[in-house]
Structures are given as C-alpha cells and as structure tokens.
Design a protein around this ligand. Structure first.
Ligand code: GLN
Length: 532
C-alpha cells in the first residue's frame, strides 16, 4: 500500500481538496492505478449533515447515504469513482468509536488516552480502508491548517504511518500560501517557512511543497522555500490561481509533479493519458456560444453551497461547447411581476434543493414563469416539490396547494412528509438518503435523457409528492415520469414534450453524480435545450 498525504499550511480556503483530487487524478490516469481518498476533518460533528451550508459549503451525499464534506465531490468528479462514508474520518466519528469501545470493555484495565488510543484508531482506519478496497494508492487529505490543535492527532497518525511503511510508501505534500506583497512586488516565503517548521516539529518532513499564489512561483522563491524545507527546488511546485479548476491537474503535470511523485513512490508504467481531460478543457476554453443559466436559491451568498450544481453545469457545457454564465437569484420576496423582469434574457433555470419556507413563494413564481414561457427548466429535489405545488395551484386550480414543510396547516398538502419520516425526531443522518432506484416511463423525456428506464440517483429529503394527489396532477397533464420501484414515490415529473421544450424535475440530486468526463443526463439535456 502506498500513501500520498496532503496537508495545508498558512491559511485555510486555498483549495487543498481540489489540489489533492488533482494529484489523485494524475496518478490514477497516468499510472493506471486504483486511487482512493480518505479525508480527515477535525470537527466533533459525526458528519456535516446538520451543518449550515452557508458555513460549511454543500453537504455532499454518497451512494451509501453518507453525508460528507464537499471535498468528496471533487474526488468523485475528478476520479470518476464512487466514494464511501467510511472514507471521511471526523473527530466526532473517531471519538465516539473510542468511547463505544471503552464501554464495550475493549480496553479493560487501561487508561484511555489521546496517544496512543486516538492515534491508533486513526491509523487503523488508514490501513484497513484501502486494504478493503484493494486500492493501490491512498490519498489522505488532512483538513485545516498545520498547527490546528483539532487536527494534530491526524498529523501524528500520518507520522507513524510513514514510520510503519517507510519513505518509499508514504510521502508528504504540503500546500501553502505564498502571498505577493504589492508594495514590494515580490512573492514572500516567510509564512511557508513557518508552516514547514510547524510540520517538522511534528516530525513530518515534506517531500513536496505546493505554493498557492496569484502567479506561478519565481525560481528565486522556489530556491528559498526549498532551502528552508530541506528540498531542492524541483520539489517546490507552483499552484497558481486559476479561473477553471480543471486546469489544476494540467498545471501540476506541466511541472511533472506526477512523474516526481512516481519516482518517490517507485511507481512504474507512466504514460500521459490525460487526453480526454485536455480535450474537454480545450472545449471549455474555446467555447463561444454563451448561455445564461439562472440558479434560484436561498444560499446565493455562498456559491459553495451549490458546488455540485455549478460543476454539473460546467460539465454539461464543456461537452456541448457552451460557455455558461451562472446568474444567481435570491427569491426571497420575489413577486411574479418581478420574476418576469429578472428572467429576461435567461436561457435556462435551475431550482435547486432547499429547506424551510423562506424564498419558496418567489421560486414558485419563477417556476410559473418558466412553465408558461417555454424556458428550459430543471428542478432538483425541493425544485420538484415546488414545481408540483406551482402546477397544482395554477393548472389544477388548487389555489392553497402547499408543502406541509412550508405550511403545516395547508388544506391541500400536495407535498407531505414521507410516512417513514413521521416518527423521527433525531436530526443526524435521518433523512431518506443515498442512492435510490427509479423506474421511468418509456418514451418519457427522463427515459430518453438517461437512455434507459431503470436509473438510480442520490437523495436527501423528508418530504414527497402526496400519493393522494397523483391522479389529480396526472389528469391535469403533469407527467409523473419516474417512480420508486414500489410505485409509491414520485421521482421524476415533466411536462409533455410537445408542450414545453424542457421542463423536468426530480426528487433526487442528480448533480451529485455528474463527472467532468461524464456529465449527468439531466444537466446535459438542460444545456442542450438552450441550443434549440
Ligand atoms: N426540504 C425538502 C425535503 O426535505 C427538500 C430537500 C432537498 O431539497 N434536499 O423533502
């Protein structure tokens, strides 16, 4: 087993997850190896499922129903793999496991301590998880910044990992920030020196330093950073700002980072096989057809809350040579008349997932406008629920139709809580989560888009289209084009293809399965509809 450990220095938010995913991609593709990630988070939440997306970015949902850090989205999108809940270690998970073991009497007679018990628990995961997957390479990404107390036990565990498996099998890559001081006009190495010192104090000697900076690192700064890190400048790699994250693996490859990692880990069989990636990147950069895609959401202040939706638009656009412009619309207090003005010149609209009542009337107004005006529309989860409410109100004539999540007293609960959710009080990992099957109607738009009638997408919800209203909706012309295999739960709705050029919504989150090299069919269809 070989490991690539990625740590961060100086400040957070410099793209450690994307950098780690880029490295993983290069090694996976150019050495033809099975690569898996483990992400270590220092917080005490068992998972980020109960965190506010404004604070933490999007909650990424896995096939197995795990709710995890959004960095897993980068790994899946870059590596075309399906990740697992167990690959996200959190201090919440680690500590609860230790306390559970202590209560079971697994440590009888012992005093349980952070070292060795916490570090051993972490180390045991580092070894067992990749073994179970038969992975060739495990990329371990440690959250936060070196020096953070809450991540110190992960750092100690990776030090021991290298002791155990040796320097040919465990390497350390440190991503730091290299500021450019405008008054002196030069890149500064001091923060990096200090963060490398902290690493070394913890017994970790980096094999590579990646310098995040506005521009590529100058040779002078590489030499300086190298000297303080016991590295020659070949092992100091630039990680300049990019406008397109899919450039990052290519930028690293330009400095031969993949070959240099291969040399350290004694990997053989290097061949540059990033052709598809480079072609797509080229299509993205040369795309001339501009399209405006509007996302009507509540968390529009932090775009990371919709990371997978944004990337899904980018993936589909790249394959269609479209240059997308994403337009954000906060729908709180948006009237129908205002919606009309705001939607002028927009080519397609997405109403993404969401919770609670704020902004819902505005979204319903947006949906009414796109339905009446033949604008391509894709509804995701809450988006399906709101599109159904809009249809019930304005086509079926049920003026007070609503979701019981929004108005518990509504006379027409078109959207209601799932029966199995009624008696659940606990909030952690209790929604209907993860991969769920759906059967699509033959010849429906959904079936055409997927190219088959049995599909599976990931879910995260508590409410559903109320079965008592299925017939009323269908009689009024809404196509319930996909249902759960037991026929009870609406998974896809759409308008007839001769009435609307593209109006489809799903109870799922298809954005979670879109990959750069394989866009999701619903997003591909949406973007394609803008060309017609
Ligand atoms: N709030 C809705 C529900 O719980 C939709 C959830 C979502 O969009 N993820 O069913």
């Amino acid at each position: 087993m070989k490991y690539i450990v990625v740590t961060g220095g100086v400040v957070s938010g410099i793209g450690k997850g994307v950098a780690a995913a880029s490295i993983a991609k290069l090694i996976q593709t150019n050495y033809d190896l099975k690569v898996m990630p483990i992400k270590c988070d220092g917080y005490l939440n068992v998972d980020p499922g109960t965190m506010n997306p404004i604070e933490h970015g999007e909650v990424f949902v896995m096939d197995d129903g795990g709710e995890v850090d959004m960095d897993f989205g980068h790994y899946e999108r870059f590596l075309n793999i399906t990740t697992k809940f167990s690959w996200n270690l959190t201090m919440g998970k680690i500590l609860s496991r230790i306390i559970e073991k202590e209560r079971e009497g697994k440590f009888l007679g012992k005093t349980i301590q952070f070292i060795p018990h916490v570090t051993n628990e972490i180390l045991e995961n580092f070894i067992r998880l990749p073994e179970k997957e038969n992975a060739d390479i495990c990329v371990i990404e440690i959250g936060g910044t070196i020096g953070d107390l809450e991540n110190a036990f992960y750092v100690e565990a990776v030090r021991q990992l290298q002791m155990k498996f040796g320097k040919d099998n465990v390497i350390f890559i440190h991503l730091t920030y290299v500021p450019m001081l405008s008054n002196v006009g030069e890149q500064k190495s001091k923060p990096t020196q200090q963060s490398v010192h902290l690493l070394m104090e913890a017994g970790i000697f980096p094999d590579f330093i990646l310098g995040r900076a506005k521009d590529p690192l100058s040779s002078a700064i590489k030499e300086k950073i190298g000297m303080y890190s016991n590295l020659d400048d070949e092992h100091i790699i630039s990680a300049p700002d990019v406008s397109n994250i899919y450039d990052i693996p290519i930028n690293f490859a330009k400095e031969h980072l993949d070959k240099k990692i291969g040399a350290k880990l004694k990997l053989t069989g290097y061949k540059d096989k990033m052709n598809l990636w480079k072609d797509l990147l080229n299509k993205m950069k040369t795309a001339k057809i501009k399209k405006k895609i509007l996302i009507a959401g509540k968390y529009t202040t932090l775009h990371d809350s919709y990371a997978s939706v944004i990337e899904s638009i980018n993936h589909a656009s790249a394959h269609l040579s479209i240059k997308p412009e994403i337009v954000w619309l906060d729908t709180s207090e948006l009237t129908y008349e205002q919606a009309k003005t705001k939607l002028k010149g927009i080519d397609a609209i997405i109403v993404p997932g969401g919770f609670g009542s704020r902004g819902t009337e505005g979204k319903i107004n947006v949906i009414r406008y796109v339905r009446e005006n033949n604008i391509p529309f894709l509804g995701l989860c809450f988006g399906l629920q709101l599109a159904t409410i809009e249809f019930a109100r304005n086509v079926c004539g049920l003026k007070d139709a609503n979701s019981t999540e929004i108005n518990p007293e509504t006379k027409n609960p078109i959207i209601d809580i799932l029966p199995e959710q009624k008696n659940i009080d606990k909030k952690g990992a209790t929604m209907r989560l993860g991969s769920q099957l759906a059967n699509l109607k033959p010849n429906s738009l959904a079936c055409k888009l997927y190219g088959c009638c049995d599909v599976s997408e990931r879910h995260r919800h508590r409410y559903e289209v109320n079965p008592e209203y299925h017939k009323i909706l269908e009689d009024a012309g809404l196509i319930l084009s996909g249902k759960s295999p037991n026929g009870k739960l609406v998974e896809y709705i759409e308008l007839p293809q001769d009435q609307h050029k593209y109006f489809i919504a799903t109870q799922a989150h298809p954005e979670l399965k879109s990959k750069f090299e394989q866009p999701n069919p619903l997003f591909y269809g949406l973007l394609k509809a803008t060309l017609e």
